[in-house]
Design a protein around this ligand. Structure first.
Ligand code: CS2
Length: 472
């Protein structure tokens, strides 16, 4: 039995509270912060908070919150021990401890990787969803919140009452204009509590937008065993990730930040063009590959894109449907960017499951695929490849694969989606779900016809043959 990893140097004093201590945060925010503090110093230790599961704390705490980030390159593995996390908390066990951490004036940033559904918003409108059960709970019981907006607003209210400066709220999720979205839901929530508090937040708090990018598959027991074999210690909190990383941040912080720019983050005035590029090119094809690849029987993105038809599908989507809708982000060459994406997908070291990416499609499709579809329809074009992706999603959420086996569909709207996707009019019923489809899209006849046609092909020919015919 090998020993568990232990911390080799003390953690920096906390300056950040982070919600969402999963694999992506550890492979991304924690790595950048560790390197920035090593390079330039600063009290920027991270208090990592889970909103639900005790899992991350149970993995991290026995190791003094240190963990290993394993880079999986096409030509081998590199190991880094990351010491940026100072403490791990589980919000449902002790919400007051989380609020106490957030109210400490030493905390100057509250950052978020809570996934799309953590924002408790309507994905089609981007506004706070007041019928969300956690939001209703937090409005009724503001001093013992459950949701990220509930914690942020209560902590800001306490800081304001104590005469402390606010913190910066830094969204690091794959949502369009994520800073503006976070600001909107926080202010919507605050206004439902107290209009003066909402006005104070609007005037005093900043919500910089960010574009985040690093492919980070869920850690498996095999990964833990391989690390133990290679390094001679056991690390339950380890993560695996690709070599690539990109972080573009709007430089608008109320009270400082780690020197992330010293270790490669790009500080810019306007992140939106970068966000659109990444959400539409990467996440848009990721979701497309997840649904079509899963239906075609592929377990991972690397397996899916090793198939020449699926690689050609990506290339066609980028060239003909996605890139023409994008503004030019400063310093990026879009054709080099998409070519590099295909290489990242094909990295055989990364086992990123189609099933993992297929999760929460109702929360992901609007910004990944439907925005591009709308832009193309507005120009008078029907983007048939992305309509095929929407049809594949409808097939997927119906819950039965091409071999007749059940699919484990994970989505906050899973029940509604399954009922709609298995009704007599699957396409019509799914397009009528207004949490996903705007009225503009739901009413567009050419969109509906293209999705119906693709759905018929998938039903008749299966995903692999439909993709082969589409790229021919
Ligand atoms: C993926 C993303 O799981 C998913 O939905 O598309 O997590 C993707 O790997 C990251 O955004 C890459 O930066």
């Amino acid at each position: 039995m090998t020993d568990r990893l232990t911390r080799s140097a003390p953690a920096p004093k906390p300056g950040i509270v982070h919600f969402g201590p999963g694999a992506f945060f550890r492979a991304f925010n924690a790595v950048y912060t560790h390197e920035a503090v090593a390079e330039k110093g600063g009290d920027w230790g991270i208090v990592a908070v889970s909103l639900r599961s005790p899992g991350p704390r149970d993995q991290l705490a026995p190791q003094g919150c240190a963990f290993t980030a394993v880079e999986l390159g096409p030509d081998g593995r590199r190991y880094a021990q990351i010491g940026a996390i100072a403490e791990a908390l589980v919000a449902p066990e002790d919400p007051e401890a989380v609020l106490a951490a957030m109210t400490d004036p030493a905390i100057r940033i509250v950052s978020l990787t809570i996934t799309e559904k953590g924002y408790c918003h309507n994905p089609a409108t981007g506004r706070l969803s007041t019928d969300n059960a956690d939001i209703a709970h937090d409005l009724a019981t503001p001093d013992a919140p459950r949701s990220a907006p509930g914690f942020i607003v209560e902590a800001l209210a306490r800081r304001r009452a104590a005469g402390h400066a606010p913190f910066t709220v830094l969204s690091c999720d794959n949502l369009p204009s994520n800073g503006r979205l976070a600001r909107g839901i926080v202010i919507d929530f605050a206004r439902a509590r107290d209009a003066d508090l909402a006005d104070w937040i609007a005037a005093e708090v900043t919500f910089p937008a960010t574009m985040v990018d690093r492919i980070t598959p869920a850690t498996t027991e095999d990964d833990v065993a391989a690390l133990e074999e290679a390094q001679g210690y056991r690390d339950e909190a380890m993560v695996v990730h690709e070599p690539f990383r990109q972080w573009v941040i709007e430089d608008d912080f109320v009270d400082g930040r780690p020197a992330w720019d010293a270790v490669g983050a790009q500080m810019v005035e306007d992140v939106e063009a970068h966000e659109l590029m990444k959400l539409r090119c990467l996440n848009g094809t990721h979701s497309t590959l997840a649904y079509l690849g899963y239906l075609a029987g592929f377990e991972t993105i690397a397996e899916t894109t090793a198939n020449p038809d699926f690689a050609a599908l990506c290339a066609k989507l980028w060239a003909e449907e996605i890139v023409p809708t994008l503004p030019q982000p400063e310093g990026e060459d879009l054709s080099a960017y998409t070519a590099a994406l295909l290489e990242r997908y094909q990295n055989p070291g990364i086992r990123h499951r189609t099933w993992q990416i297929a999760m929460d499609g109702s929360q992901k499709l609007p910004q990944r695929i439907l925005g591009t579809v709308t832009d193309q329809l507005d120009r008078g074009n029907v983007p048939h490849g992305l309509c095929l992706a929407v049809a594949a999603w409808i097939r997927y959420v119906g819950g039965t694969d091409e071999g007749g086996q059940p699919i484990d569909v994970r989505d906050p709207l899973a029940d509604d989606l399954r009922a709609a996707a298995t009704s007599d009019d699957p396409v019509g019923a799914v397009l009528a779900i207004d949490a996903v489809f705007s009225e503009r899209l739901a009413k567009d006849e050419s969109f509906r016809a293209a999705v119906s046609d693709a759905h018929d092909r998938l039903t008749g020919d299966g995903a692999a043959r439909t993709v082969a015919a589409f790229i021919a």
